[in-house]
Write a protein that binds this ligand. Sequence first.
Ligand SMILES: NC(=O)c1ccc[n+]([C@@H]2O[C@H](COP(=O)([O-])OP(=O)(O)OC[C@H]3O[C@@H](n4cnc5c(N)ncnc54)[C@H](OP(=O)(O)O)[C@@H]3O)[C@@H](O)[C@H]2O)c1
Length: 256
Amino acid sequence: MATLKACSALVTGANQGLGLEMVKQLLEAHCSKVFAGCLDPDGTNSEALRELAKKHPSVITIIRLDADDPCSVKESAKKVGSLVGKNGLNLLVNNAAIVANGTVQTSSIEDMKNTFNTNVIGPLLITREFLPYLRTAAKASGTPGMSCNKAAVINISTLGGSLSRMPSVYEQFPVLPYCVSKAGLNMLTVLAAEELKADEILCMALHPGWVKTEMGGEKAPINTRQSVEGILSVIGSLTEKQHGGFLDYTGKTMPW
Ligand SMILES: NC(=O)c1ccc[n+]([C@@H]2O[C@H](COP(=O)([O-])OP(=O)(O)OC[C@H]3O[C@@H](n4cnc5c(N)ncnc54)[C@H](OP(=O)(O)O)[C@@H]3O)[C@@H](O)[C@H]2O)c1
């Protein structure tokens, strides 16, 4: 892993897939505080996360966080804020998302609304509510420039949100509601980067590759370990040069 140093981090959607693997690898990277955002901390889907947190109670805190529910987002931010104190929160990873199949001819209004809610409005509200703690971390760092060790928002996006790349794989992946929402997340990233540059809070979008998870399916060529090793290596080496950018898990620039 590159240079991701001891820090505090919040990962949303941390009970399975890429989110759970990020929590594991942040722990291995000796991150001092890892907040695992979770839709249903008591659910059967969260057993692996609960087990991990039980083994590392001084590092991992499970935080109930439903990206679709503004009250839950507010509550989770308040809780994390009280736990990070004067050091603030260094790293926010907006990872939680849902996928929905569909084309122009078949996508339902419900799927369009649900994907937009979870994949765009969720990260917007989460970024807004956690901003005070990111600002605290940026100020507390006392170092110039931008980095994930200082204060950063990483939005987990996808090639599916790339206007120039998605059409060529649309036939293979007819997931229009998901792609439209992730294109929205990309714009959110660019505008957040514009808005937060004065605070020296790094914002960027990251494509994790096609990964074997519930969302990625069994045919995906890489596993969560490989993807997250790449992701953490990339985000550990980010500076203000990548602010407002879109990279994949190998560090390659993605076209918008
Ligand atoms: N896997 C891939 O090939 C791939 C490719 C490109 C991009 N991505 C992106 O990578 C990220 C992680 O995907 P993944 O493959 O790990 O998917 P996943 O295994 O389906 O996990 C998605 C996570 O998001 C959570 N979630 C869903 N709705 C939520 C909500 N309203 N509030 C809070 N959490 C919510 C899920 O919680 P529950 O388990 O409780 O439902 C789950 O923990 C996503 O942003 C996805 O778009 C994945």
